[in-house]
Design a protein around this ligand. Structure first.
Ligand code: ADP
Ligand code: MG
Ligand code: MG
Length: 246
């Protein structure tokens, strides 16, 4: 459903990704691993449509739709969700106001009526519960004063609210405690069962015990140099990336 072919991406006039091939079907979880600075977040940015990241060649399609000509917002409306390691903070806008705008923009793009305040609050409360966030968080500024773990639970909450076609989760796991990892793992599994496909970027394969990846990919030298099952993540945990030559 997400199909990436021969993708080359440059940033600041430097080619970072040379030829990425990746096909991820509905309801599949793929894990992307690679050394620091290899271009994992560059791939995330290219998927998002960040204009600082130039697609030099290749294609990205989601459910058959070419994403490359689309804006960040249009890609989101096609069902692409990107969860970041460092989500934005907006002190003047409450989390609840932000969710409302987000959900209704998506509904509008799908020619659906906006949710009324009561329905929305019901969905938000349910998602907050699944994310382990107390209700008073909803009335605080977007991520304002949230701890690292709370910000990431908030990313999960938004993902649960939108139930995206496809989600990229870039190092959402770094710095999380075991309880938060478990909650995020459960949330991802819940969405997976509803058909969301995932690309998870992580340095910590041990948290994958809450999930069963369909495939693990190793990114080195601008290419995916090896793909395999969950055992590949264990191999990296034990021996690092030395064995994978560019
Ligand atoms: P990873 O996520 O795998 O650690 P990144 O994709 O963040 O790696 O970075 C890949 C390379 O691209 C690094 O050398 C990084 O410095 C460079 N890079 C990424 N984003 C930018 C940017 N906005 N401007 C300049 N260089 C960048
Ligand atoms: Mg990095
Ligand atoms: Mg990164």
């Amino acid at each position: 459903m997400l199909d990436i072919q021969s993708l080359a991406v440059s940033v600041a006039n430097k080619t970072i990704l040379k030829a990425i091939e990746l096909t991820i079907n509905s309801g599949e979880i793929h894990v992307l691993m690679g050394p620091n600075g290899v271009g994992k977040s560059t791939l995330t940015r290219a998927l998002l449509g960040d204009e600082d990241y130039t697609v030099e060649s290749g294609s990205i399609t989601l459910a058959g739709q070419d994403l490359l000509p689309l804006s960040i917002e249009q890609r989101a409306h096609q069902g692409l969700f990107i969860a970041f390691q460092h989500p934005v903070t907006i002190p003047g806008v409450s989390n609840l106001q932000f969710y409302k705008a987000m959900v209704n923009a998506h509904r509008q793009a799908q020619h659906q009526e906006p949710l009324d305040a009561i329905e929305l609050l019901e969905q938000v409360k349910h998602a907050a519960q699944q994310s382990g966030l107390a209700e008073d968080f909803l009335y605080r500024g977007l991520n304002d004063g949230f701890s690292g773990g709370e910000k990431k639970r908030n990313e999960l909450l938004q993902m649960l609210l939108l139930s995206p076609r496809f989600a990229v989760v870039d190092e959402i796991d770094s710095g999380l405690d075991v309880d938060a990892l478990k909650i995020i793992g459960q949330g991802i599994r819940h969405l997976q069962q509803q058909g969301t496909g995932f690309l998870l970027i992580t340095h910590y394969p041990h948290w994958l015990e809450y999930l069963t990846p369909d495939q693990v990919h190793i990114l080195v030298g601008g290419r995916i140099v090896q793909s395999g099952g969950a055992e590949l993540a264990d191999q990296v945990a034990d021996h690092g990336f030395q064995a994978f030559a560019a």
